[in-house]
Design a protein around this ligand. Structure first.
Ligand SMILES: [Zn+2]
Length: 185
């Protein structure tokens, strides 16, 4: 997930590619990959402030409550899946990177960029980025939903761009829900 509205050429080309992939009647973008199970067990790395735990788990809960046959479980975790914090410069707010075996995900890692100011305040916080909104978006990638770039998709959790103090992506749009239900019916 990124901030602002900058459009680099590569991003533009990627947008054109993804828009072509997305069926017009269903506004989600599915990567074609999935877990070879109906659940995944993330680990919250020690680099993540403990005050973020509730917000990160709430991001996963939004997808757990979508009515699809898939669950994020917080049991003793497998090492492949983690949420962590690291400095990544002026790039992304959050980024999720898969490990795959064929068409199956076998691991996912989400990085929260510590070069930005973050908030876990229930109503958001001026000038800061909402941990729960970004967590919800990034967990969408774990499912493997792709980013949406069209401005008509701006209300959806899987929209690529967010603004500081924006908390609306904590809540899934009906298209986000249709996406996870499509992958895990
Ligand atoms: Zn994204």
């Amino acid at each position: 997930m990124k901030h602002g509205k900058r459009l680099l050429m590569g991003m533009l080309l990627l947008t054109i590619f993804l828009v072509n992939l997305a069926a017009p009647a269903s506004a989600y973008s599915y990567g074609g990959y999935k877990w070879n199970a109906n659940y995944v067990v993330p680990k919250i790395d020690s680099s993540v402030p403990s005050s973020w735990t509730t917000a990160i788990k709430a991001g996963a809960t939004a997808w757990n409550n979508a009515g699809a046959a898939f669950t994020f479980k917080w049991i003793t975790s497998l090492a492949n899946n983690k949420v962590y914090c690291a400095s990544a410069g002026d790039t992304y707010l959050g980024q999720s990177t898969p490990t795959r075996d064929g068409n199956y995900n076998i691991g996912y890692k989400t990085c929260f960029n510590t070069d930005y100011s973050w908030s876990t305040a229930s109503g958001g916080e001026s000038g800061k980025w909402d941990v729960q909104s970004v967590a919800t978006h990034e967990f969408g990638h774990w499912l493997t939903l792709y980013d949406l770039y069209d401005s008509t998709d701006s209300e959806k959790t899987m929209y690529e761009w967010t603004a500081s103090n924006e908390i609306k992506k904590r809540t899934l749009d009906s298209d986000d829900i249709n996406g996870i239900k499509h992958i895990y019916p």
